[in-house]
Design a protein around this ligand. Structure first.
Ligand SMILES: [Mg+2]
Length: 228
């Protein structure tokens, strides 16, 4: 180990299979239907079905964290809550905002003969709906959203990354993961895959670097350009 930071081109050269996080790199899922509103609707749905959200859930504004909390405290509600959230996420992506450069990365992968899997804590049905709505389904070989009813499958758990690589028949050394959160980098590390940190907000670069991202970029377009 020399300690030198590799260039983006060096990191991408051996890559045959790109693993791509969804919320952030591809689109902003909750740009139109905000996350706190989704969390509120999820709680309201529980109430409407005669269930109470567990304590600590009232102030949770992150719907995925809320799902995890409910599943941890009330495993019997996990499947129903996950299904309700998947519906809300599907509504949200229809109002979401495509991320600049996200589509370019998909097109650059196709041009350069690299396959792509989307690996995300969001619901697979919502991701598939977004890709279809935007004419991008053909650019993605596999969608690996959280396992329905099992939020423990979410990153930083590496299982979705491992499933994506197994389905593609690819080894970790010929893969790269692109994600915008420390938990993405941690999941990559646990799966044996290097992660490019996409720092789309101020301060994220330090968190991604601390988690062990191999390279950090501030724009998806930079990755698209480097893919050739
Ligand atoms: Mg993300």
């Amino acid at each position: 180990m020399t300690g030198a930071t590799p260039s983006l081109a060096d990191v991408l050269r051996p890559v045959k299979h790109v693993l791509l996080d969804f919320d952030g790199p591809v689109c902003s899922v909750f740009a139109g239907l905000p996350a706190p509103e989704v969390a509120r609707r999820l709680r309201a749905g529980l109430l409407a079905s005669g269930e109470q959200a567990p304590s600590g859930a009232e102030n949770e504004t992150d719907p995925l964290a809320l799902l995890r909390l409910i599943a941890d405290t009330r495993p019997d509600l996990a499947a129903m809550t996950d299904g309700a959230l998947a519906e809300l996420e599907t509504k949200a992506v229809r109002l979401g905002r495509p991320n600049v450069g996200g589509e370019s990365v998909l097109r650059a992968c196709a041009r350069s003969g690299r396959s792509v899997s989307v690996v995300s804590n969001n619901a697979g049905v919502a991701i598939a709906a977004y890709l279809s709505d935007h004419g991008l389904s053909d650019y993605v070989g596999g969608v690996f959203g959280r396992t329905p009813g099992d939020p423990s499958s979410m990153k930083p758990n590496p299982q979705l990354l491992l499933a994506a690589m197994e389905a593609a028949g690819s080894e970790p050394e010929e893969c790269i993961f692109i994600g915008d959160a420390a938990r993405d980098v941690e999941a990559g590390e646990a799966a044996g895959v290097a992660t490019i940190g996409y720092a789309n907000k101020p301060g994220k670069d330090a968190r991604l670097a601390a988690a062990g991202a191999v390279v950090i970029v501030e724009s998806m377009q930079v990755i698209a350009d480097a893919l050739g």
